[in-house]
Ligand binder design. Sequence first.
Ligand code: APR
Length: 191
Amino acid sequence: MAGVSEIVVGGSVLALAEGDITRFTADAIVNAANSRLAGGGGVDGAIHRAGGPSIMAELDRIRAEIGSCPTGDAVVTAAGDLPARWVIHAVGPVYRDGKQGEPELLAACYRRALELAAAHSARSISFPAISAGIYGYPVAEAARIAVSTVASGLRQGESSVERATFVLFGREVFDIFAAALDRQGRPSADG
Ligand code: APR
């Protein structure tokens, strides 16, 4: 079942795409990183493979300065060979049981990424499904949090971001996000 693939929120577009985020052009690409900023598998691995060594070299300098990036926060680097200007390395929560603050920390990642995108005057941003892979977040819940948090960030309107796209790996995750976007796009009960 595929729901909608884009809605208009606060004058910006919130969209979905299916595929490899490293091949999707945007001013800012969000990475699903770890607090050590050490690279890894999944999106992190793909971003460093496609972006080249300059991204890790910049993370080495940032790590030397701040030590580590707290869960729910993010740091920005240039994008190396990726089709982007910035990479926003966001650290999502490892899912345990949903009662250890995971929802709030996941929402914080998306809010922080939008803040950093606006601070860099990015007009477009792409997001993976943060924490929904190796970090084990149940996809439907991660999608609900992701879509509602980014929609409310765009609705606040002060952001430079004109287009935010979730780039999902595989049809199953895409359809789950499409259902979440469909719910987000419906006029709320209070009009
Ligand atoms: N493009 C888009 N989405 C991708 C890609 C890609 N190239 N590769 C993986 N994904 C999807 C996964 O299928 C999942 O739906 O991104 C989502 C997030 O998965 P992970 O990359 O595993 O990220 P996360 O669950 O946040 O775990 C972060 O994994 O790679 C390590 O260093 C990283 O320790 C950190 C942890």
